[in-house]
Write a protein that binds this ligand. Structure first.
Ligand code: NOJ
Length: 552
């Protein structure tokens, strides 16, 4: 019998997916911004890392008000990144290397430069074109926003437009930047358009989509004030929040599932849904809904043994109840890089959503690196799929000293410079030890769009390759063993008794993980072979902040 681990029709169940953030991955044309040519040239690196799939952040034409999450045309490529022909070549080349390809679909909002929004502005109040969005008259004399909702990036979630006759007029909703007007998912047009967009890319060989803001598409019909409630994604544990995680949003995904299932090759979706509990997350991956969802509960769990164990148990229980496979993730382009996060004092509660705005924040990078190495072995030993954000495999840290004038994240401006935003996690990768961009672009190319720390010469992929003590080789070894070991990937796990502060997980085929999260050094359990260790062992003992894979 084929297990789900090797079943090609359910490849995502155990897949490790590598997240490529195109503008910061590799710059082929030398303009200082990463592009498709750069990604194509580095596909062998991704294949050699040993992952199963890549997920590409948005590459569509965009004014870049939010780094491409403001899409002006869902069926084309921004010239900054290349052309549709190059995109098709990339998809084919990745598939030829046995890498599945996931794109990012952004259905909650589009760009204010999209033809639909321009048509809505031109057509004026009461028009069908405006029905595709959430336009409302203002309160009072019309000069106040229709309700009290705030944008995730700061400031009101409403912007007033000038009507075609030149007068100030209606307001439109944007849960994010004003350049990202929210769509009205009650409109049949909107639903049909996105199904067509999915097909456009599925027809070009794409294997699946990561769904941006999957929990935000449906808003309460009356758009009621939030009052005392939080508007931050994932904060609210209530079913009837006016815009997050509304029960009806799942109707959309049942339709999308039908689109995916209409293809002979297995197509899949992964939801970006910041929801408060694993149970709420499980609703997205019920049978006939989406295939998988990011596990942000795990990402926001501090390096604390009891909290990690609780997060793992709750995810397994909630997802098993709906026959879905869990996934695990340590970082992405929206959060503080894992080395920096784990280099800080760890709080003693879950849902740790960290922003490093405080210039005095001073993560201990050596400690963070030791923990990140152990965290990688823990994550990759868990049942199900995993996501690795580019640069995580190089041990890159959050860049905290980017010059103010280079910050591109809309959070910086929208928050009145109170929050620095996410650029520190988006600094271009170092590939080589020298050159003006450490090999990110050609040696005579422009400076990278964000400056790399000088210390990243030592983090370059070429420097780490072949060094058995490097983060890169740790990931390569772990991913190789994960592919080969019959107990890893999908399948059962069992906790073993372990001293306080230590996690010990058994998988089939005699595999044992021991992660010393908080304890003092502990004796290793009896074993036949050490398959892989995240750091030096102390003879028969496992030092703190170290994990080991054992064959028993
Ligand atoms: C989530 C994306 O990951 C983030 O980068 C973006 O700013 C928001 N969604 C809005 O699209």
């Amino acid at each position: 019998m084929t297990s789900s681990r090797t079943d090609p029709t359910a490849w995502w169940r155990a897949a490790v997916t590598y997240q490529v953030y195109p503008r910061s991955f590799a710059d082929g044309d030398g303009d200082g911004v990463g592009d498709i040519a750069g990604i194509r040239s580095r596909l062998p690196y991704i294949r050699d890392l040993g992952v199963d799939a890549i997920w590409l952040n948005p590459w569509y034409p965009s004014p870049m008000a939010d780094a491409g999450y403001d899409v002006a045309d869902y069926r084309a490529i921004d010239p900054l990144f290349g052309t549709l022909t190059e995109a098709e070549a990339l998809i084919a080349e990745a598939r030829a290397l046995d890498l599945r390809v996931l794109l990012d679909v952004v259905p909650n909002h589009l760009s204010s430069a999209h033809a639909w929004f321009r048509a809505a502005l031109a057509a004026g109040p009461g028009s069908r074109e405006r029905e595709r969005f959430l336009f409302r008259p203002g309160r009072g004399d019309g000069s106040q926003p229709p309700n009290d909702w705030e944008s995730v990036f700061g400031g009101s979630a409403w912007t007033r437009v000038r009507e075609p006759d030149g007068r100030p007029g209606e307001w439109y909703l944007h849960l994010f930047d004003p350049g990202q007007p929210d769509l009205n998912w009650r409109e049949a047009d909107v639903r049909a358009e996105f199904e067509s967009v999915l097909r456009f890319w599925f027809d070009r060989g794409v294997d699946g989509f990561r769904i941006d803001v999957a929990n935000g598409l449906h808003k309460h019909q009356d758009l009621p004030d939030l009052g005392e409630r939080s508007g931050r994604p994932g904060d609210e544990a209530e079913a009837d929040h006016p815009f997050w995680d509304r029960d009806t949003v799942h109707e959309v995904y049942r339709e999308w599932r039908r689109v995916a299932d209409s293809y002979p090759d297995p197509k899949m979706f992964v939801a970006e849904a910041w929801v408060p509990t694993p149970d709420r997350l499980a609703r997205y991956v019920r049978p006939d809904h989406l295939h998988s969802a990011f596990n942000f509960d795990y990402l926001t769990t501090p390096w604390r043994a009891a909290l990690l164990r609780a997060s793992i148990d709750e995810a397994l229980a909630a997802l098993t109840a709906v026959s879905a496979e869990p996934t695990w993730v340590l970082s992405n382009h929206d959060v503080v890089r894992v080395v920096s996060r784990l280099g800080l004092p760890q709080p003693n509660e879950r849902n740790w959503v960290l922003e490093l705005d405080d210039e005095t924040a001073d993560p201990d990078l050596d400690l963070g690196t030791r923990r990140a190495r152990a965290a990688a072995l823990l994550m990759l030993a868990l049942p199900g799929g995993a996501y690795v954000y580019q640069g995580e495999e190089l041990g890159l840290w959050e860049v905290l000293d980017l010059p103010d004038e280079m910050l591109a994240d809309p959070i910086w401006e929208r928050s009145g410079h109170a929050r620095r935003g996410r650029d520190g996690a988006r600094v271009p990768l170092p590939w080589a030890t020298d050159g003006n961009s450490f090999g990110f672009g050609p040696s005579d190319g422009a400076q990278p769009w964000l400056p790399q720390p000088a210390a990243w010469a030592a983090m370059a992929a070429e420097r780490q390759a072949g060094d058995p003590t490097s983060m890169l080789e740790l990931y390569r070894s772990a991913l190789r063993i994960r592919r080969e070991h019959p107990g890893l990937g999908s399948g059962p796990m069992r906790w073993r008794d372990a001293p306080n502060g230590v996690l010990s997980i058994e998988r089939e085929g005699g595999f044992l993980l021991v992660a010393n999260v908080e304890g003092p050094s502990v004796e290793l359990p009896s074993h036949r072979e050490v398959l892989l260790a995240s750091g030096p062992l102390d003879g028969p003992r496992l030092p703190p902040n170290t994990a080991v894979w054992l064959q028993t």
